[in-house]
Design a protein around this ligand. Structure first.
Ligand SMILES: *[C@@H]1O[C@H](CO)[C@@H](O)[C@H](O)[C@H]1NC(C)=O
Ligand SMILES: *[C@@H]1O[C@H](CO)[C@@H](O)[C@H](O)[C@H]1NC(C)=O
Ligand SMILES: *[C@@H]1O[C@H](CO)[C@@H](O)[C@H](O)[C@H]1NC(C)=O
Length: 262
């Protein structure tokens, strides 16, 4: 008999003891009241602010704080969406004569990579997952792509960067039975090759010799260092050559004609 009484007492104490709920900034969370039904009234409070108060007939009185707009009572539970850091703290559910204290821990997660999310092969990089929370019971891990291996730390050093590091990484935060994840995409690139200079930088002498050739079938706009004005340059070159030729021809002709007339 004593055992049963003790058991009931322990059960009561357990249900009276509040629960710790966890949520990520921007996420959604459902706070369980601790009772599944009520007869007269149900009220949810955040610290000292009344959020929602439902009476026997189902009529709901709403509080005046901003959190009221982002929360709703479903049966006895309080659903909060678009969680903010200011939502953290004590929540109390009053059901009929009893009250149940709970606490909400809001996690603000920042996954970052240095020097940047686009990495070069064989370089070095550092991944960090920072969790701002008042609760020390959370574990932070990193999951790498391809291999799906887990690292047990909030910081990962990539030294050197390999092709297997390319892809979707995930920072995983475990707080009791709750798991949150924050994605981070990494792109691994081959370092740029330095053997051949860009084709647009053709040297002047080859350009001039190609212009000097009588047929310039290969002289397209893309080949030319000055882009679209190339055809103009080519025309000018041809004109000049023709002009020179004409002058030479005329002078020679004139000389010949003078000699013939003398
Ligand atoms: C709930 O919290 C309030 C304020 O801290 C405290 O006065 C009350 O005793 C607590 N109730 C339970 C059941 O722990
Ligand atoms: C990760 O850390 C936790 C807690 O410190 C420990 O219990 C667990 O064995 C570790 N896991 C690995 C794979 O190191
Ligand atoms: C330019 O091209 C000519 C002919 O192709 C070549 O002989 C010369 O060495 C080149 N000059 C430079 C600076 O690359």
């Amino acid at each position: 008999m004593k055992v049963i009484v003790l058991f009931v007492f322990v059960l009561g104490a357990l249900s009276a003891a509040g629960e710790d709920f966890f949520a990520k900034v921007g996420g959604k969370v459902t706070l369980n009241c601790g009772v599944s039904s009520y007869r007269r009234s149900l009220t949810w409070r955040h610290i000292n602010d009344v959020l929602h108060s439902v009476d026997q007939s189902g009529f709901t009185r709403k509080g005046y704080v901003e959190l009221v707009q982002r929360s709703v009572v479903r049966q006895t539970n309080l659903e909060i969406s678009s969680v903010r850091e200011t939502d953290a703290g004590r929540f109390t559910c009053f059901a009929d004569g009893t009250h149940h204290n709970h606490s909400l821990v809001v996690l603000s997660v920042l996954a970052s990579i240095k020097p940047s999310a686009v990495l070069e092969l064989n370089n070095e990089a550092r991944l960090r997952c920072e969790v701002k929370d008042q609760h020390q019971g959370c574990e932070v891990k990193w999951r790498s792509p391809n291999t799906y291996s887990l690292t047990n730390t909030s910081t990962v050093q990539l030294k050197p960067v390999k092709t297997s590091h390319n892809g979707a990484w995930e920072c995983i935060i475990t707080c009791g039975r709750n798991t949150f994840s924050e994605p981070l995409a990494i792109t691994v690139q081959e370092p740029p090759t330095t053997t051949t200079p860009p084709t647009t930088l053709k040297n002047i002498t080859s350009f001039v010799t190609s212009v000097q050739g009588t047929t310039c079938t290969t002289c397209t706009a893309n080949d030319c260092p000055l882009g679209l004005s190339c055809s103009m340059w080519f025309a000018i070159g041809v004109c000049c050559q023709f002009g020179m030729l004409l002058i030479v021809c005329v002078t020679v002709l004139c000389k010949c004609m003078r000699r013939n007339t003398v």
